[in-house]
Ligand binder design. Structure first.
Ligand code: ADP
Ligand code: MG
Length: 506
């Protein structure tokens, strides 16, 4: 029998409107790499934040080495040998590695001898081949190196159980290789690891066992040697029944959007789109599925003029709009419902009315070149509010006071009212209640029926299946496959989302 170093029993954690963890059972064996696998929002980070003492569970128990443990904060967790490496590093850029480690110790009120600390950092760095010098400043290090500094911080404090929350998400392929060597070395030195990821190739390479979470519940725990990528993909995204909203037959019109071999970089300058090619026609909803972080956000930005491509072309009808300004692209008939309601979609401190007229305040009838006609503006806003059933406290109140669903309805109403040729919508119903969700999906179908080309980017597979006419799957910045909804099988889409193009590799 393996020794069980961590046992989570019936852990439940609720946030307003969502049960992030529902009666979760999980065991970590000594000396294993145990992966938590699941789509975005499955509840992985929440569960680990509970083990690390950042959240208190609403129910359930934690056992460390067979003993009931009460973990109130990360220092408690560390005292029991548990250290977590978060997705966002907690390092001070301007300080050295040594100073960052010391900072962590001081917060624990430990006596610090800097020279001794530097020596120990070197020892740890050598033992695990981390290649980190204590006197380098954080800003001089690559993201991968910074991650290794975080690992040093936890090992320094004596962690024997390491939780790594999607460590590979920020790494280059070469850095992933190095980090896997480091994990194996840590296991060799007697540590145990909980590794979080949603990339099946990695998971199959590094794990001893894998626990799959979906919608806050454990779907199952399997041994790596006894499973396959296909089975994991199915566990991760598999749904029993998918229903489709009633819609009129597809009446495809002419081609509106063409993306041709588009390449672009993310904010860190790493390749995010690696040759994306696809078309969207008037009168259809093209659903782009994919696990978060595979380039969908970058794609929506290059299509709407918010980010430059490094090569390739984008056409709206026959006009080349590659790297044109957002204003020009809007002028060509592209409207955008962004994923970030309050950052990109709305001006939070302006009123509902100001936000409603954002796209037409400078043209008749709302403007006569010099002045805004407030009566026209108010009437226009009233009409939108009524037509889309937007609940507004007062038209003059800042729009940030609206609920998420009502903000989203306002953005959609505003963008649809511009009579777009192409409507790009990203996560349109994320975080919304059932009523608002249904209304928004029906509006998107109406736009389709009116001949608009709709590009729906969503991580919600149910949503994609419910309203799309064609489904494309994006993986690591490439479209791996495009299928008509009639031929779309959830299992195949799941495999594509996991990066498996060829059925035989399943
Ligand atoms: N602090 C929080 N407040 C409210 N909801 C949260 C919070 N943290 C996570 N959630 C919600 O809990 C669910 C699980 O999230 P998370 O644990 O981050 O998933 P994962 O790490 O698997 O992507 C999601 O629906 C998320 O929106
Ligand atoms: Mg997470």
């Amino acid at each position: 029998m393996p020794d069980i170093v961590v046992a989570l029993k019936n852990i439940t954690k609720r946030f307003p409107g969502v049960t992030a963890n529902n009666a979760i059972n999980f065991e970590l064996h000594g000396g294993e790499i145990h992966t938590l696998l699941g789509e975005n929002g499955a509840g992985k980070t929440t569960l680990m934040n509970i083990l690390d003492g950042i959240y208190r569970p609403d129910g359930g128990e934690i056992y460390i080495d067979g003993k009931r443990a009460d973990i109130h904060n990360p220092a408690d967790a560390m005292a029991k040998g548990i250290g977590m490496i978060h997705q966002h590093f907690m390092l001070v850029d301007t300080l050295t590695v040594l100073e960052n480690v010391v900072l962590g110790l001081k917060s624990q009120k430990l006596y610090v001898n800097k020279k001794a600390v530097a020596g120990k950092i070197r020892t740890i760095s050598d033992r695990y081949s981390l290649g980190i010098d204590p006197y380098t400043r954080i800003w001089q290090l690559s993201v991968g190196e910074q991650q290794r500094v975080e690992i040093i911080k936890t090992l320094f404090k004596g962690a024997r159980i390491l939780i790594l929350d999607e460590p590979t998400a920020v790494l280059t392929p070469q850095e992933v290789r190095t980090s896997f060597d480091i994990y194996r070395q840590m296991i060799h030195e007697g540590k145990s690891i909980i590794f979080i990821s949603h990339k099946l190739n990695e998971v199959m390479e590094i794990s001893d066992r894998i626990t799959v979470l979906r919608h806050g519940e454990v779907i199952g725990t399997v041994k790596r040697a006894e499973t396959s990528k296909g089975e994991l993909a199915n566990m991760m995204v598999g749904r029993e029944i998918l229903f489709r909203l009633k819609r009129k037959p597809l009446k495809r019109k002419k081609k509106i959007l063409r993306a041709e071999n588009v390449r672009a970089l993310d904010d860190k300058g790493l390749p995010a789109l690696n040759g994306v090619t696809f078309d969207v026609y008037g009168g259809e909803i093209f659903g782009l599925a994919g696990v978060s972080g595979n380039g969908q956000k970058i794609l929506s930005q290059v299509i709407t003029g918010l980010r430059k491509v490094t090569s390739g072309n984008i056409f709206i009808e026959d006009i080349n709009v590659t790297n044109a300004s957002a204003k020009k692209i809007t002028g060509q008939g592209t409207n955008y419902v962004p994923p970030d309601r309050l950052k990109v979609g709305l001006v939070p401190n302006l009123s509902t009315m100001d936000n409603a007229i954002l796209r037409r305040y400078n043209r008749p009838p709302i403007s006569n070149n010099y002045f805004i006609n407030y009566r026209e503006a108010a009437e226009y806003t009233e009409a939108l509010i009524k037509k889309y059933d937007i609940k507004v406290p007062r038209k003059e109140a800042p729009v940030k006071l609206l609920s998420g669903g009502n903000m989203q309805k306002l953005i959609l109403a505003r963008e649809i009212s511009e009579n777009p040729k192409l409507l790009v919508v990203v996560h349109p119903t994320r975080g919304l209640d059932v009523g608002a969700t249904e209304l928004i999906r029906k509006e998107l179908l109406k736009e389709r029926d009116n001949g608009v080309a709709v590009l729906l980017i969503s991580e919600d597979l149910d949503e994609i299946f419910m309203i799309s006419d064609r489904i494309g799957v994006i993986y690591e910045g490439q479209i791996l496959g495009i299928v008509n909804i009639e031929d779309a099988e959830i299992k195949r889409i799941g495999l594509l989302m996991a990066g498996l193009k060829d059925k035989s590799t399943a």
